[in-house]
Ligand binder design. Sequence first.
Ligand SMILES: [Zn+2]
Length: 415
Amino acid sequence: MIFNFTTITWIIIAILVIDFVLERVLHHLNAKNLSAEIPEALKGIYKEDEYAKQQAYSKTNDRFSIYTSSFNLLLILLMFVFGGFAVVNNIAESVFENPILVSLLFFGIIYVADTILGIPFDAYKTFVIEEKFGFNKSTKGIFVTDQIKSLVLTAIIGGLIISLIELIYNQTQSLFWILAWVVVAVFSIFLNMFYSSIIVPLFNKQTPLEEGELRDAIQKFATSVDFKLDNIYVMDSSKRSTKANAYFSGLGKKKRVVLYDTLINDLSTDEIVAVLAHEIGHYKHKHTLQMLVVSLLNTLVMLFLLGLFLGNDALANAFGVEKANFHINILAFGLLYTPISVIIGVLINKFSRHNEYQADAFAAEHGLGDNLIEGLKKLSVKSLSNLQPHPWYVSFYYSHPTLLQRINAINKIKK
Ligand SMILES: [Zn+2]
């Protein structure tokens, strides 16, 4: 050990290890739930050979997740043992005097190093696993430019937010949490509204859905439920993966629906309309807005707590740094906050699954239940979804109910 571990150092390490163990236990339970025989309820959804492929895909991903999370745990433990965070802090302080620039350089170094170390894993996932199961369409060129674009984008957005909230903290510590929250809220709402028009075009091309049968069918349904829909776009997601999806983004007039080109290839017109009805259901139930409110409330509580810990020397000592500073304390707080964020994650997933049922019900109530079921089945089979995850695994990680749960719920409404 390069520096003396304090009680807080040990608490942080315990949190990291417990979090790792919890994740492995959940994965293990989930893996045990797989069975070689097609269960009765799934017959007719998967064919024998597709089912075997799905089981193999689940197992491969599970094994891969053991490597990635073990590597990540090892990395951060080594950073503690060798006082790595203090070293990076010293480097940043030797380059700049201005505390905001020091923080930006500190986070910059950590983030770039972490990204570079993660590249082999990302590449293996894309070009070995996804390739082997026939999902990958990405090229090395796309992969490399994607990595660079994400890095630059995170640097800009993350850098701006960090600079602003540190500036606020240096001006006022009593009002820090509420002012920092305003900054985060403005950014969140802005990103929510302009995600499709600013961020997505950096990675994908979106073209208005051409006139024709599909567009007419979508418009007809939208009008019938009194939903004004001017912006329907098709996104060229097939350049990366064969997996299909559709989503809504934006609020108010900015709202648009985006269909993956893969979705249009895989599903019939009626099925696409049903998927869209589901999305309109989210909108009618104001789910996007509710999620935004929930996440902003969550941020408010977190920033309030963060404000209490930012000036605390003991947190910095836990990293081998003598005096409290903005970036080290944020990092320490972030790690100590892990148990709370895990619990909040479980609650948010529960809320999200509840919303998914409501959106499905909206489609079913408008007579599209069967089409939705057929569409969802196709999507699940095409993406080799695990149809029998362990219930605990679902609680922790699933934002959507499983296919079987959704089919059962939709069928109940039809009757
Ligand atoms: Zn949904």
